[in-house]
Design a protein around this ligand. Structure first.
Ligand SMILES: Nc1nc(=O)c2c([nH]1)NC[C@@H]1CN(c3ccc(C(=O)N[C@@H](CCC(=O)O)C(=O)O)cc3)C=[N+]21
Ligand SMILES: [Mg+2]
Length: 289
C-alpha cells in the first residue's frame, strides 16, 4: 500500500472535542443545553448499532439526547404525532428519524413532517432546496459534510478545480455530496448504474466518493494514481466464516494506486456522527437567534 490512510476516527474525535468545548461554554454561560431527539422504529440490528453510537457521542460531548424507541408495527399517525410534539418542544433542537423505516410507513411523509430548522439530517425538501440554491446556513446531510471535512484534512481548504466524481445518486449521499463539492468549486460528475464505461469516468477523478452499497465494487483500475478516495459504503460480508465490514471500495487493491483513502470501518462513518452533533449545535444556535 502506498496511499495515505485517512483516519476518520481521529478526525471525528478532534471534531467531537471541539463540540464538547462549545457545549461546555454554553453551559458556563447559563444557556440551556443543546438537545437531540432520536427516533428508532423497530429492531433492525444495524440501525440499533448506529443509534447507540450516536447517543454515546452525544453523552461524550455533553449534548442532551433522548431516544424514542417505537415498535416495528407502529402506525404512521403515531410517529407523526410524536414529531409534532418534538417540533413544538423548545427544549429539543434537533430531530433524527433513523432510516430505513418499516414498509407501512411513508418515509417521505415522515421527513416532510420534521421542522426544517430541527432537521439535523438535512433530508427535508426545504433544506435540500436551500443546499441546491447555495444557502451557506443550511443544514447539510451528515455523510456528505463528513466527506467534505475529510477532504479538507488531506487537500487543505481549497478544493477549487478538482475533478470530483461521485459514484451513486441517492438523495442522502450522492446528490448532496455533489452539490456540496460544486459549492467548493470542484468540477463534478455523478455516475451510477446506467453510466457507460463507469471505470473510465472514475479514472479521471482527482477525488472519488463512492456511495453505492455494493461490497468492493471499485477496484484499482477505476482509480487515477494519486487520487483521493472516500469510501461511504458499509457492507456486512462473510469472511472465513465471520461477519466483517467492508466498503464499496476494494481497499487492498485501490490503496496501491490512490494518494489517500478512507478505511472501513474508521473512515467516513465516524465523521457522519460527528457532523450530526455539529448540525445539532448549528440548529440550536439558529433557534436561539
Ligand atoms: N436518519 C438517518 N440518518 C443517518 O445519517 C443514517 C440513517 N438514518 N440510517 C443509516 C445511515 C448509515 N449511517 C451511519 C452512521 C455511522 C456509521 C459508523 O459509525 N460506522 C462505523 C462502524 C459501525 C459499525 O460497526 O457498524 C465506521 O464506519 O467506523 C455508519 C453508518 C447513518 N445513517
Ligand atoms: Mg450515511
Amino acid at each position: 500500500m502506498q496511499a495515505t490512510l485517512i483516519d476518520g476516527k481521529a478526525l471525528a474525535a478532534a471534531e467531537l472535542a471541539q463540540i464538547k468545548r462549545e457545549v461546555n461554554a454554553l453551559e458556563e454561560s447559563g444557556a440551556p443545553t443543546p438537545c437531540l431527539a432520536v427516533i428508532l422504529v423497530g429492531e433492525d440490528p444495524a440501525s440499533q448499532v448506529y443509534v447507540r453510537n450516536k447517543l454515546l457521542k452525544c453523552e461524550q460531548t455533553g449534548i442532551r439526547s433522548h431516544c424514542y424507541r417505537l415498535d416495528s408495527g407502529v402506525e404512521q399517525g403515531e410517529l407523526l404525532g410524536l414529531l409534532a410534539r418534538l417540533n413544538a418542544d423548545p427544549a429539543v433542537h434537533g430531530i433524527l428519524v433513523q432510516l430505513p423505516l418499516p414498509e407501512q410507513i411513508d418515509e417521505a411523509a415522515v421527513i416532510a413532517a420534521i421542522d426544517p430548522d430541527k432537521d439535523v439530517d438535512g433530508f427535508h425538501h426545504e433544506n435540500m432546496g436551500r443546499l441546491l440554491a447555495g444557502d451557506p446556513d443550511v443544514l447539510v446531510p451528515c455523510t456528505p459534510l463528513g466527506c467534505l471535512l475529510l477532504l479538507k484534512s488531506v487537500l487543505g481548504d481549497s478544493l477549487a478545480g478538482q475533478h470530483l466524481v461521485v459514484v451513486g445518486r441517492s438523495n442522502i449521499v450522492g446528490k448532496p455530496a455533489a452539490l456540496l463539492a460544486l459549492q467548493h468549486h470542484c468540477t463534478v460528475t455523478i455516475v451510477h448504474s446506467r453510466t457507460q464505461d463507469i471505470a473510465a469516468v472514475c479514472r479521471r477523478a482527482d477525488i472519488l466518493i463512492v456511495a453505492v452499497g455494493r461490497a468492493r465494487m471499485v477496484t484499482e483500475d477505476w482509480v487515477k494514481p494519486g487520487a483521493v478516495v472516500l469510501d461511504v459504503g458499509i457492507n456486512r460480508v462473510e469472511h472465513e466464516g465471520r461477519a466483517r465490514l467492508v466498503g464499496d471500495v476494494d481497499f487492498d487493491s485501490v490503496a496501491k494506486v490512490a494518494g489517500a483513502i478512507t478505511p472501513v470501518p474508521g473512515g467516513v462513518g465516524p465523521m457522519t456522527i460527528a457532523c450530526l452533533l455539529r448540525n445539532t449545535l448549528q440548529a440550536y444556535r439558529h433557534q436561539r437567534g
